[in-house]
Design a protein around this ligand. Structure first.
Ligand SMILES: C[S@@+](CC[C@H](N)C(=O)[O-])C[C@H]1O[C@@H](n2cnc3c(N)ncnc32)[C@H](O)[C@@H]1O
Length: 277
């Protein structure tokens, strides 16, 4: 029997999967926003910033007619990679700030990256990371990027503190917090054609109409705060918040999201590599 997925860190995988469910719901259940041939027998898909590979795994379940499809996950942190996985999956440590080896260029039908782009800074400008990803797309293939707008319409005071902290971190690393708005231009600069973008609302906690997704959104967002706070402290940032406020942010945010909720728009941009003339 083919080996199944076994996560390296079950708690992390649960949080990422909960987040995935809320993100995908915001995009109307779609993993990919461009048309692609699900019946192709030799599809090659690469996801950068794949963590435990849950997005690739989900995609593979949408295409049961594709036993020979190849799924490649890359991430700067290889401790997230699954302990076991089917043979048509490969996981490789890679920093999106670095160019992939030329043997990987123009090899993939689909290249995807989600909620990972600012991690390229300060190693490289984010436009360089987008170019590195676009190098991988084969002529006629597609690339899709998905990132948070870092806005919080209708949010409460704790969510505002969270957003201020995120913006401070990304402005300090050099990513700049408005990167989601730049993705379309960076894809065009890299040479993509038929480039499109969309911004969708993502609702957390009480702002979501579905009770299960409401709770998943609240817990996965609050669960991400510890890492953000640790990062901000390690960077020695002047956050304007006391240590007590930083250390209690996760708990305070969970309460606020369950009671009031928040909206956290996401932007997707996608484009195609022109076929050779
Ligand atoms: C917020 S998680 C998102 C995981 C997954 N893409 C998703 O949407 O559920 C960010 C992921 O990006 C990875 N990452 C951060 N900076 C990166 C970089 N420079 N190159 C590759 N991966 C990176 C992290 O290790 C982490 O797995």
């Amino acid at each position: 029997m083919a080996p199944s997925f076994e996560p390296a860190n079950a708690a992390l995988s649960k949080r990422l999967l909960d987040q995935h469910d809320v993100v995908i719901d915001a995009f109307g259940g779609k993993l990919l926003l461009f048309p692609f041939d699900q019946s192709a027998s030799d599809l090659k898909v690469l996801e950068s910033g794949c963590a435990d590979g849950h997005w690739l795994q989900h995609l593979s379940t949408l295409t049961p007619s594709l036993p020979s499809a190849t799924y490649v996950g890359t991430d700067i942190n290889d401790s997230f990679f699954p302990k076991s996985h089917p043979q048509n999956f490969t996981f490789t440590k890679h920093n999106v700030a670095d160019r992939w080896p030329s043997s990987e260029h123009a090899k993939y039908d689909i290249v995807h990256q989600r909620l990972s782009l600012p991690g390229a800074a300060p190693h490289a400008p984010l436009r360089t990371a987008v170019k590195n990803l676009f190098d991988l797309v084969k002529p006629g293939g597609w690339i899709q990027l998905v990132e948070a707008e870092q806005l919080g319409p209708n949010s409460g005071p704790v969510f505002e503190q969270f957003l201020d902290l995120v913006k401070l971190v990304f402005d300090t690393t050099g990513a700049g917090w408005k990167y989601a708005q730049e993705m379309k231009g960076w894809l065009e600069e890299a040479g993509a054609v038929d480039v499109q973008e969309v911004s969708v609302d993502m609702a957390f906690g009480a702002a979501h109409t579905d009770a299960v997704l409401a709770e998943k959104g609240a817990t996965c967002t609050a669960g991400a705060i510890a890492g953000l706070v640790m990062h901000a402290k390690m960077m020695g940032l002047k956050t304007g918040l006391s240590d007590e406020e930083l250390d209690s942010m996760a708990d305070r945010l969970l309460v606020e999201l369950r009671e009031k909720g928040a909206n956290y728009p996401l932007r997707a941009a996608w484009g195609r590599k022109k076929e050779k003339a």
